[in-house]
Every structure is written in C-alpha cells, then in structure tokens.
Write a protein that binds this ligand. Structure first.
Ligand code: GLN
Length: 189
C-alpha cells in the first residue's frame, strides 16, 4: 500500500509519520511522476495559495484530478479541504470559506464527533481554518462546529477543516487506508 502525501508545502511530515506508524509506505509527491501507482493520497494543511502555485508550476492539477476521479481515496486537511473544493481542484462539491473563524483567531482546538469514525471525539486543531460554506447534494456533513460544517465526505474523499494529525490521532488515516484496501480488493476481483 503506497500512500502519496502532497509535499509541495505545509505539514506533510506529520502525515508521513502517522501513516508510517500505521504500516503504510509513504511517498512524498512533488511531481506528476510521484502520483503514479499510489493507492491513496493526502493533501495536507498549509497555505492554499502557495499550494495552488506549486500545483500549477508542476502541472499537477490534471494528473491529480484524474487519479481522484478514477476513485483513488483522498484525505484533505485544512488547506487540503480548500484545495479539493469548487474554487480550486473542484473534486469536492463544496465552497470552502478560507480563514472562516477569523484571521485573528489564529488557532484553537475542539473535540469533534465525526459521523462514521468510531472511538469517541477527535481532537481537532484549527489553524486559520476554513469551514464549508455550502455543500452540494452527495456531500455528507460528518461534523459541525458552531453550526458550520468542518468535516465532509463524498465517497472516497474525506475533507476536514482542522488538523487531526497534530495530536497523533490516526483514525482518519486509518479510514483512508481501509478505503484504499477495499478499493484494491474490488479492482483485483
Ligand atoms: N488559512 C490557510 C489557507 O487559506 C489554511 C490553514 C491551514 O491549512 N492550517 O490556505
């Protein structure tokens, strides 16, 4: 199982550690060649404007979108959620509002129950986090904070507004790996 972690910018190292802890082989993806043969993808938090520039200069948008449209599961966190949304890669039918909790509110933490993720609340770290302003049909809202959607899913795409990796909670990464092995099983049949 090879999990690609988009490593143009942002906190990809933390995702790498969690995934390796779960026994996955991790590949830091910086070019389109790096996307070849991966079973799942993580788009980390960081800065969506910088990430967009990196994706453009590497010509990554098209191969990345092809991969996800073919069913490769993806986990997007924070800026990763923004990248998946309508205004960027357009893989997830949501409008993300950047810095939605207020720029001045640099960072805070909250415990969230996510639909479909067992084991009690997950401690999310929100750093200049977005929220989902509007979600299309087919997008399931898994968690809200102050009434705003902060975790959403559409089939194999899971996107959260916060950083689940900072306290070492690996449940969303486990979800990603489970989804990838389920899909690999279907392909092998
Ligand atoms: N505010 C950042 C952006 O708009 C996202 C912050 C994050 O990923 N922690 O890209």
């Amino acid at each position: 199982m090879i999990v690609g972690v988009l490593a143009l910018q942002g906190d990809f190292e933390a995702h790498r550690r969690i995934l390796e802890g779960l026994g996955a082989e991790v590949r830091e993806v910086r070019t389109s060649a790096g996307l070849e043969g991966i079973d799942a993808l993580v788009i980390p938090g960081g800065e969506s404007t910088t990430m967009t520039l990196g994706i453009e200069s590497e010509g990554l948008a098209e191969p990345l979108c092809d991969l996800v449209r073919a069913g490769t599961p993806v986990l997007g966190t924070c800026a990763g959620l923004i990248m998946l949304g309508r205004d960027h890669l357009g893989l997830l039918d949501v409008t993300a509002r950047r810095n939605a909790f207020g720029r001045q509110v640099h960072s805070f933490e909250a415990d969230l129950e996510l639909g479909g993720i067992d084991g009690g609340p997950l401690r999310g770290v929100f750093i200049r986090a977005p929220w989902v302003e509007e979600a299309g049909e087919g997008v399931e809202v898994l968690a809200r904070l102050e009434g705003h959607a902060v975790a959403v899913r559409d089939q194999g795409i899971l996107a959260v507004a916060f950083h689940p990796e900072m306290h070492g909670d690996s449940r969303l990464h486990q979800w990603l790996l489970a989804r990838a092995s389920e899909r690999n099983g279907e392909i092998d049949k």
